[in-house]
Each structure stands twice: as C-alpha cells, then as structure tokens.
Design a protein around this ligand. Structure first.
Ligand code: HEM
Length: 399
C-alpha cells in the first residue's frame, strides 16, 4: 500500500498538519501502528508499519511529543513520568482514577453534567465546545486536584498553552508559552506545599505530596507530571465530547440507533474515542540500537507511534472509517496508548462520557450541528475549538 495514498486518506486525520508543522522532521521515524495485524511489515523510507507491541522496549522518558526535549522546556520536565517511578504499581495516584474510586466520583460528575445541560440555550446556535466540552472537563479537573474552583479556567488555559503551536493564535513562541507555564508551576507549588503540610486528603495533589512512591519526587518531575495530568485529563476528554456530537450528526443512522437503544452508550463511548483519537501520536526514543520492521533504529532515534493510523487499520477493524456505535469489540482501539505509559485516566474519561450521554439522551432527541467545526491547529491534539450546534425546543423531551 503506497504511503502517498494513505497520506491523502489521512489528511483529515491530522497527518497533513504533521508535515505542515514540521513534527515529522523532528522525529526520525513515523510508526504506523497495526494493533492486531499479523501480516507482512510494510515500509517506505522512514515510515514503518508495525504492531504496537513492538515498540514496548522504547523509552518515553526522553520526551513524548514530536519535538526534542531541550533543557528547560516543558517536555524535558516530564523526563520521568509517574509510571516509571519505582514502586509506582498501586500507588496513590493510580488509586484515585481506579475503578473503585471512580464510583465515588460518579454522583458528583452527574450533578455537574445536569447543571451544564439544564442551562444550555434553546433554539439559538451556540458553541458546544465552550458551553459543554470545555466546561465539564475543566470542572472535573478542578475536582480531581481540589483546585480552587473560582480559578479553574486557568487549568484549561495552561493545558491549551502546553500543547499550543506558536503562531496559531494562543502563543507567538515556545518561550512565551514557557513563561505562561511558569505561573502554573508557581500556583501548583503553592498548593503542593499547603497539602504536604496538611493531613493527607483525597485529591491528586495531596496524594502525590504524601504518597510513598511520589512524595520525594524532585520538584521538576512532580511539576512535569502535573502538567501531564492537566493536559492528559483535559483536551482529550474535551475533544471526545465534541467529537461524539459531530460523529452522531455525520452518521444519522447511528444517532437513530442511540435514540432507539440508549443501552448502547458504553459501546458508543469507546467508538467515539476510537473515531476521534484525541491524541494522534506519542513519541518514544530507542534506548539501544534495535531492529524494527526490518530497519535498524539507532539508540537515540525517535519514533512517533501513530495511534490515528492504528485506529483506522482496515486489517484490524472492519470498515474503520465508519462510526458504528454497536461495533463488536469497540474497546479494542489504541487511543489510550499501550504499555507502561498507557493512559491512567481511561476509565475516568469513559465514565464522564457515559454519564454525559446518559443525561443528554434523557433530555434531548438531538443536539444538532449547524455549521462546520473549527479544528485545533495541531498535529498532536485532534480536536475542535468550535462546534456550532442548536437544541431546538421540538427536540427537548417532555415538552
Ligand atoms: C478520551 C480521553 C483520553 C485519551 C484519549 C487519553 C490518551 C492518552 C494517551 C494516548 C496517553 C499516552 C500513552 C503513551 O504514551 O503510551 C495518555 C497518558 C496519560 N493520561 Fe490519558 N487520555 C484521556 C483521558 C485522561 C484523563 C481523564 C486523565 C486523568 C485525569 C488522563 C491521564 C493520563 C496520564 C496521567 C497519562 C500519563 C501516563 C504515563 O505516562 O505514565 N488521561 N493518555
């Protein structure tokens, strides 16, 4: 299969922007993952098609975005992530997003979802990203960190700055972004010190400040991980929330299936996360010279693992470009990554989306998209800044 053909096919998935923004130039190898494929490995120059499991021996420690982690930059701070700390297994932080604990959060999330949905405008267009996706995920993050609620919009802002591409509207240079993130670090350092002095609490900062495996983390590592949590928990879920509305509008027969059978929501949530693939890729660095897909990859070479490709792999997923809410084995996608760095918040994200769709389904027959979405200018984050929708009174249940 020619790379060129794939390239065209994937322009809408963000590969076009990778080339535009130069992320490919920084990464030596682009890996197009096949989650289950057993077939021959294919390759073209520096593009390899491999199975996800083959990248397991590569390190995420030297930066996981497409560009280099230069000294003093944000990605450099995350040079050791939580999952790589000794004794991390079963530690406090993993506990907070573990299924048992999520049950405790369910009621609160539902309350917040209901409050957001009940005040949405009727019969006039509004931006779903701002009023629902952004608001809900910001509130959720503030809850997880026990972050001062009145300042919660700072979390979204810092998250956006952390992944922003200079010149695309939010920041003009990486230096400017770095300066802004210093405020974030100062704010969190204050919270950390306060929580470390207090009795252990149930929020993430307190758990990190008191946890056996995390309390002696050097400040730089601690702060880098906080940013990872902010970004990880924020725009990914936000863009899945927006992506779901868009996908259902683009596939009306699937929207009808949902109306006919809301019990499909859990499987639909997985399908939304696959279809959207909110993070297009993650990066690893080869620790030693190694062979991959018939090519020698030298120690220090960087590879991008293209999840967006894995999730549209026709050898592994039937009709992969289609959005099918009752797809068999819907959870078998790679949007959460795999291996040691696999997403820690996957269950939480799924739960937020499930509750949101349960509450939407009870209230509205349709959230109708009334204009083109505006996509985020990024090769890394696949998402939206605007999604114009309308909720017509005629679509409100019980009216
Ligand atoms: C649909 C929503 C989400 C998606 C698609 C997503 C996706 C990802 C991906 C692709 C990774 C990197 C995996 C790798 O490098 O191999 C990751 C890591 C991570 N995610 Fe998520 N994520 C989501 C929601 C969340 C939420 C809600 C949280 C928590 C509040 C969270 C916390 C994290 C953390 C802490 C990591 C780093 C794990 C590590 O490096 O050890 N994520 N996520």
């Amino acid at each position: 299969m020619a790379f060129d053909t794939k390239l065209k096919q994937w322009t809408s998935l963000g590969l076009g922007t990778v080339l535009m923004t130069g992320a490919l130039a920084a990464a030596a190898w682009l890996l197009l993952l096949k989650p289950h494929g057993e077939g021959a490995l294919e390759r073209s120059d520096k593009v390899l098609i491999v199975r996800g499991s083959e990248v397991a021996g590569y390190s995420g420690a030297l930066g996981r975005m497409g560009f280099d982690a230069a000294e003093g930059t944000l990605p450099h701070w995350t040079d050791k992530t939580l999952a790589e700390l000794p004794d991390f297994e079963g530690s406090a932080v993993q506990g907070v997003v573990a299924p048992a604990n999520l049950k405790n959060l369910e009621g609160l999330i539902r309350q917040r979802v209901i409050a957001i949905l009940d005040k949405l405008p009727r019969d006039e267009p509004f931006n779903w990203v701002d009023l629902v996706s952004r608001d809900l995920t910001t509130q959720m993050l503030a809850t997880l960190f026990d972050f001062p609620f009145e300042d919660r919009h700072k979390l979204t802002y810092w998250s956006d700055v952390a992944t922003a591409i200079p010149g695309a509207g939010l920041i003009d240079s990486y230096e400017e972004g770095f300066e802004i993130l210093k405020e974030c670090l100062a704010y969190f350092s204050r919270l950390w010190q306060e929580r470390a002095r207090r009795e252990p609490g149930n929020d993430l900062i307190s758990m990190l400040a008191h946890g056996e495996a995390t309390r002696n983390m050097p400040p730089r590592e601690f702060l880098g991980n906080l940013i990872l949590l902010i970004v990880g928990g924020n725009d990914t879920t936000r863009n899945s929330i927006s992506g779901g509305v868009l996908a259902l509008n683009e596939h009306p027969q699937e929207y009808q299936k949902l109306r006919d059978n809301p019990a499909l929501i859990p499987s639909m949530v997985s399908e939304i996360i696959r279809w959207q693939t909110p993070l297009a890729y993650m990066r690893r660095t080869a620790k030693v010279d190694t062979e991959l897909g018939g090519k020698t990859i030298r120690a220090g070479d960087k590879v991008l693992m293209w999840y967006a490709s894995a999730n549209r792999d026709a050898d592994a997923i039937d009709n992969p470009d289609a959005f099918i809410i009752d797809r068999p084995r819907a959870r078998q996608h790679l949007s959460f990554g795999f291996g040691i760095h696999r997403c820690m918040g996957n269950r939480l994200a799924e739960m937020q989306l499930r509750i949101l769709w349960e509450e939407i389904s009870q209230r509205f027959d349709k959230v109708e998209v009334v204009g083109e979405p505006t996509r985020i200018y990024s090769s890394f984050v696949k998402g939206y800044t605007d999604l114009p929708v309308i909720i017509r009174s005629s679509a409100v249940k019980g009216q």
